[in-house]
Design a protein around this ligand. Structure first.
Ligand code: CAA
Length: 390
């Protein structure tokens, strides 16, 4: 039985800041952000969007009534969760009107959470072939104004429907993974911003990729020539390029060219959204699938997942016949086209807006937020969500 990705949804907030303008206001040469970091636009979440709403909006566009009935497991990967106890998956389960007889949990290991969710989903489908699992990767990346990480912020979510006989990508076996207790990036529970040892995190990311790639080759006897493309977790898009370059010397010229050309396509969406942590790898996969119209079914795609702290995994998938018919290309083109630019000053103001933490009531005006599912306010320390279609 094949198990894999049956549908992929994506959502990013409707606001963004231009990286050229952010660079000017930070007294940095724009090329540092656009080439050195590899980012063009950074998604800005208004206060009416949080990781729950981003994920729910991403899932909303892909699920039909049959999916809602068959999903019996919601796995929410996030590292910017809103509650230390209740899982974000439970809110999404309600907002989407899923079958009550489902499990809903949250999984955490930095940007690796959604990958862990996918692997758990595979096991669940193997035991329950008729069921479907909704895996969500949703995050808001925050380092702080005027920090070196600022240019690598972002916000968004990816929703993956995992099932038997998937219509987009079969996930193969032979995964290789690695854990090492390091402090490259972390966020203590008292902080809403991440702490990071930037240079160390870059080094560890590449080291993890090299290690799992070596292990994969030893386990499978495959090499770079067997891959149409390799997609990476993209904390900023130059990071994936650095990792790819670290192994490219192993390849023949034509394989090098193909992998580099496909990498460029796989970073298009991420370049315009920023880091979405748990969803970043899958946004890059989506970028490749939706933006490369001559990608053939049967192609083998490599996926490198990295979650600081750290866990890394390399795994592969095979594109299924007619997979393009099951993508949401028009919706995503429209999502990007409808975004509105904010100035750096407006971004800074939005960044500093906070929700009450004293139990007081806040009502948010959601009429200016085009998302279907929004955070409408706070009451008695409870977030109030609204699905405008209900
Ligand atoms: N034109 C072109 N390139 C320029 C330039 C110019 N005018 N000026 C500078 N650059 C280049 C630099 O040469 C450098 O390129 P290389 O890395 O290829 O050498 C690049 O721009 C960045 O410059 P710096 O290294 O000086 O940048 P920095 O120190 O200010 O910050 C950073 C970079 C460390 C990545 C920082 O943004 C950061 O800490 N980000 C958050 C952490 C992160 O994303 N780590 C990635 C691995 S961890 C992970 O993957 C998990 C996760 O999601 C966080």
């Amino acid at each position: 039985m094949k198990i894999g990705i049956d549908k992929i949804g994506f959502y990013t907030p409707h606001l963004y800041v231009d990286m050229n303008k952010l660079a000017v206001s930070r007294n940095v040469e724009p090329e540092k952000f656009t080439i050195g970091i590899g980012q063009s636009k950074m998604a800005i979440p208004p206060i009416s969007q949080d990781p729950v709403t981003l994920a729910a909006n991403a899932a909303l566009e892909i699920l039909d009534n049959e999916d809602k009935e068959k999903i019996d497991f919601v796995i929410f990967g996030t590292e910017s969760g809103i509650d230390n106890s209740k899982s974000a998956g439970v809110y999404v389960h309600r907002l989407l009107g899923l079958n009550p007889h489902a499990r809903a949990v949250e999984v955490k290991q930095a940007c690796y959470g959604a990958t862990a969710g996918i692997q758990m989903a595979k096991g669940h489908i193997a035991l329950n072939p008729d069921s479907k699992v909704l895996v969500l990767g949703s995050d808001i990346a925050r380092y702080g104004l005027n920090t070196s990480g600022e240019a690598t912020q972002g916000a968004g979510a990816v929703a993956l429907l995992i099932s038997a006989e998937p219509r987009i990508m079969e996930l193969e076996e032979n995964n290789v993974y690695l854990t090492d207790d390091i402090m490259d990036f972390w966020r203590p529970i008292y902080s809403d911003k991440a702490f990071v040892d930037g240079k160390f995190s870059n080094e560890q990311y590449i080291l993890f990729f090299e290690k799992v790639w070596e292990q994969y080759k030893a386990k499978t006897d495959l090499s770079l020539k067997d891959f149409e493309a390799i997609c990476f977790h993209l904390p900023y898009t130059k990071m994936g390029l650095k990792a790819l370059r670290a192994v490219l010397d192993e390849a023949e010229e034509e394989d090098k060219e193909r992998l580099l050309a496909n990498f460029e396509i796989s970073r298009k969406y991420n370049r315009n959204v920023g880091n979405i942590y748990t969803g970043s790898l899958y946004l890059s996969l989506l970028s490749l699938l939706e933006q490369k119209d001559d990608l053939q079914s049967g192609a083998k795609i490599g996926l490198f997942s990295y979650g600081s702290g750290a866990v890394g995994e390399f795994f592969t998938g095979i594109l299924q016949p007619n997979y393009r018919e099951h993508l949401h290309i028009a919706e995503h083109t429209q999502l990007f086209a409808a975004r509105k630019e904010v100035t750096v000053a407006e971004y800074e103001e939005i960044f500093q807006e906070t929700l009450p933490i004293d139990g007081s009531t806040l009502e948010l005006d959601v009429t200016n937020d085009p998302a279907t599912i929004c955070l409408a306010g706070m009451k008695d320390n409870m977030r109030q969500y609204v699905n405008k279609e209900d």
